[in-house]
Write a protein that binds this ligand. Sequence first.
Ligand code: HEC
Length: 158
Amino acid sequence: MKRFAILLLLVFASGLILSSCGSGSQPATEEKSAAGALPADIQAMMPKGEQIYKTKCVVCHQTTGLGVENVFPPLASSDYLLADKTRAVAQTLNGSKIEMIVNGKKYTQEMLPQVDTKEDAVAVINYVLNNFGNNGGFVTLDEVKSVEVKPRTAAPAK
Ligand code: HEC
């Protein structure tokens, strides 16, 4: 409840800041894709990456890739993501439960494993690296060959 109140405050505060800078019409991220500069095999996996993003990631990281401050970290202009693509593939594949600082904000919630294969993890991370205004290059299957697919634990009882 307290967290929700803080979120509301943040949303309100960012609205104030935006409306106080003139037109306030500047979008937080550009819908720009750098896919044109990518190798053909990476470009070929984009539709699959997009489909995975739209079905699995969007609920937390949002259609904008901006996430929810202090709850779900941003993938748009994420300093943490762009610093280590192999780590991003590993986290998407095996989940992540650590304290991380992304663009100066702290995140502590757990992300469960999101995909079952390295191919899917690489495809969705390449999609993320080249959308939401990111111009993050790409990652190949070869580069993540040392990442192990950890055994899935049974779903926690609800
Ligand atoms: C249920 C919510 C949820 C879903 C769904 C989800 N994530 Fe996450 N994601 C998180 C949380 C929470 C963290 C922070 C984990 C931590 O602190 O260890 C995170 C962290 C990350 C990070 C590293 C931090 C960053 O911002 O760069 C990446 C990369 C990432 N997620 C990618 C994905 C991708 C790709 C998908 C879809 C295949 C996905 N996530 C689906 C909640 C989610």
